[in-house]
Design a protein around this ligand. Structure first.
Ligand code: SF4
Length: 317
């Protein structure tokens, strides 16, 4: 999926047959244990998503923030089906035979956004290498339908459209307010984490091209921490993103979504997220959200408004 989608919001594995002394990496540290008190919106959001036959990255990627976000009547819509053409090692979105595009999906997403009363709508997708344009035209139609129905600001969280000439240009015709494409990890781990089709330099170039095409768009990217990256490697990525005009940065903890997914190398303490956030902001990002449970679309509206980024108790820089 759009790596991105984003990616990367898995829930930790909870095994009923877990051995008495599991490896430390499988134990959730205290800062990742949430006291969840779902509010009234949870059932409504779930019912609406089901009624309109929509996919969300919140569910497909097992996002740990789903109860909180859905309770607040916020969700990230995932278009172009629920089957991805990339074998990313961190993601729980199904892979395999892709689905037919649903021509009325843009209108159904728009209807959901309207009924949820969203002022900022995040739209992501699976990666569709099988489509000639990677799904860019469908993306464009969805952005336009949502904007027409809601007047909301729109954030697109896109796949890399690698090898799809003209796809980015087609999508940018819809003039999203925020263009988000996740870097996910450091270049040394790219192949392991994102699969052999994904290329670090292409990710940077995609972000830079979006800015060149539409200088007023806010560009945004995110990384998962705890996959084996070093601090020096992270700082190099921060510098690369800034060199390519990226405005907003998100940093969150990788959590293994399924037994087959990449293992967690390390749980990064909140203080370290805090420090990395401060460093990133000092380097020049306009906004940084950095915390164990921060995800690409977590409190995305706050970031898009260039206001204070609230991260629900997670450190924000
Ligand atoms: S952080 Fe994003 S993907 Fe996760 S539940 Fe919230 S809106 Fe959905």
């Amino acid at each position: 999926m759009s790596d991105n989608a984003a990616a990367s919001f898995p829930l930790p594995i909870i095994s009923l047959t877990e051995p008495a002394a599991p490896p430390p990496v499988r134990r959730l540290p205290p800062w990742l244990r949430q006291n969840l008190a779902p509010g009234g919106g949870l059932g409504e959001t779930a019912a609406l998503v089901a009624e309109l036959g929509l996919e969300t990255v919140c569910s497909s990627a097992k996002c740990p923030n789903r109860l909180e976000c859905w309770s607040q009547r916020t969700a990230t819509f995932m278009i172009l089906g629920n089957v991805c053409t990339r074998p990313c090692g961190f993601c729980s979105v199904p892979r395999g035979k892709t689905e037919e595009l649903e021509g009325d999906e843009p209108e159904r997403v728009a209807e959901a956004a309207k009924r949820l009363g969203l002022a900022h709508v995040v739209i992501t997708s699976v990666t569709r290498d099988d489509l000639a344009d990677g799904g860019a035209e469908h993306f464009r139609r969805t952005v336009e339908a949502v904007r027409a129905a809601t007047g909301a600001t729109i954030e697109v969280l896109v796949p890399d459209f690698i090898g799809k000439d003209g796809a980015l240009e087609a999508l940018m015709e819809a003039r999203p307010e925020v263009f988000n494409h996740n870097t996910e990890t450091v270049p040394r781990l790219y192949r392991t984490v994102r699969g052999r089709k994904s290329v670090y330099a292409w990710t940077l170039e995609l972000l830079a091209r979006a800015k060149r095409l539409m200088p007023e768009v806010k560009t945004k990217s995110g990384l998962m921490l705890g996959l084996g990256e070093t601090r020096e490697e992270l700082l190099d990525v921060f510098a690369d993103l800034l060199d390519h005009g990226v405005d907003y940065l998100t940093l969150g903890q990788y959590l293994q979504p399924t037994l087959d997914s990449l293992p967690v190398d390390r749980y990064v303490p909140p203080e370290e997220f805090d420090e990395l956030g401060r460093i990133a902001r000092g380097m020049g990002f306009r906004k940084v959200a950095s915390g164990p449970l921060v995800r690409s679309s977590y409190h995305a509206r706050d970031m898009a408004e260039d206001g204070l980024v609230e991260t629900g108790g997670q450190p924000a820089a």
